[in-house]
Design a protein around this ligand. Sequence first.
Ligand SMILES: [Zn+2]
Length: 449
Amino acid sequence: MDRSSRKTSRLDVAAHCLSVALILGVALCVASCSGTGDSRPSDQGDAVAPRTTVRVSPPQTPPDPASTLERGLAWLLAHQEPDGRWSSSEFMTQCDRQERGEPCVALDLATASHPHGAGFAGYDVGVTSLAILAFVGAGHTHRDGENAAMRETVRRGCNWLLEQQLTNEDPSLDGLIGAPSSRANEWIYNHALASHALSELLFISRDRQRLAKPVEAATQWTLRAQNPGYGWKYGYQTGRNDTSVTSWLVLSLKTAKACADARLITIPKDELRASLDGALRWFRAVTPTTTGLVGYEAPGDEGSRLMASERDNTYPYSKEIPTLTAMANCSRLLAGVPRSDVGIRRGLTLVHGAPPAWVPPEGKQLSSVNQVYWYFGTYLSSLMTDENSAAWAAIAANTLIDHQRTDGCSRGSWDPIGEWGLAGGRVYSTALALLTLQKQDRSAKLERR
Ligand SMILES: [Zn+2]
């Protein structure tokens, strides 16, 4: 894959739209994803992208989502550590143990976080959780699924994750998954993802004996750590809130609630409801009713930034992408806000105006790659019933399918060149891509149970 082929335009992406939509079971890939949202000053972070028209062209070579998923899981399987974890920063030590050809290396070293695609240290709990979610999403648990190797990999990953949960008399630590670390200031993401992964594993496997108590303890920590009446930030009742952390924790609470509704765990319903109501209050506090554009820590702020990725005083990633709007509105739907809500409609219009595109940074061109946006946008789309949402999700899926690595030890993975890939690395980018591709089917399964 050369650099020119990686600069996929939105129209190029749309070329496969119809075929992907059909493969994904979407009845119709519509001719327009254009938004009608309000405009806003360009110095605000979670900004409105220019109005974009997505045209459907006849499909070329139809992509194969099934083989994409299989290759992705095989890559994760090959890069699990002997103790059961996946490493955010050291996964490449597993390359030499495999017979998969040239060790993992990023295609574009100028934009990759690391020659191999390694992320920051300190996020093993988070990326292990994402990997487990990817296996569970494909029907593999520690005791379900036809593939024995997949069952075993989930079992080992789950055991390692459970070993990371703290038991402590201090309520600010008890139940937390992954100890607070000075190496990872944003360690609460580790807990959010681990709580989500274990909850989902419990819900799908129904293994109450192994997982009910850990999920209850993790959920209770989340409830205690919340700023009363609002959301969360990096720590235990810090008094600060942000939309990103709050959204990820809403996902974990939603899955815990599904477990509670199925009587797999015991968490008071009024406590869960009050927690979700607090998150909703936070989202309202950072969303101007005039635009529907959701802020990070305040309405109209520029969004979150990874300071380590500053280059030549230019942030390499576009802030003209409504990432936080997708996160907050997905979370709002999960927390019980109806699809017809005017705020949901405004947010959806903004997201539809900024469909996914794989554009790496080059010169003054900022990168548009943001897998968190694509994941939450796809999740949001899967909760809606309109054709524009289905088309948006098909574009996200197609973009990922087109940019999965197919060579050497890297095959099945995604280069972590997008925003947050610097921190999460290749395990993060690969697992989150798989979760995005699985999202619509996963939601359908959860709704049916
Ligand atoms: Zn490798």
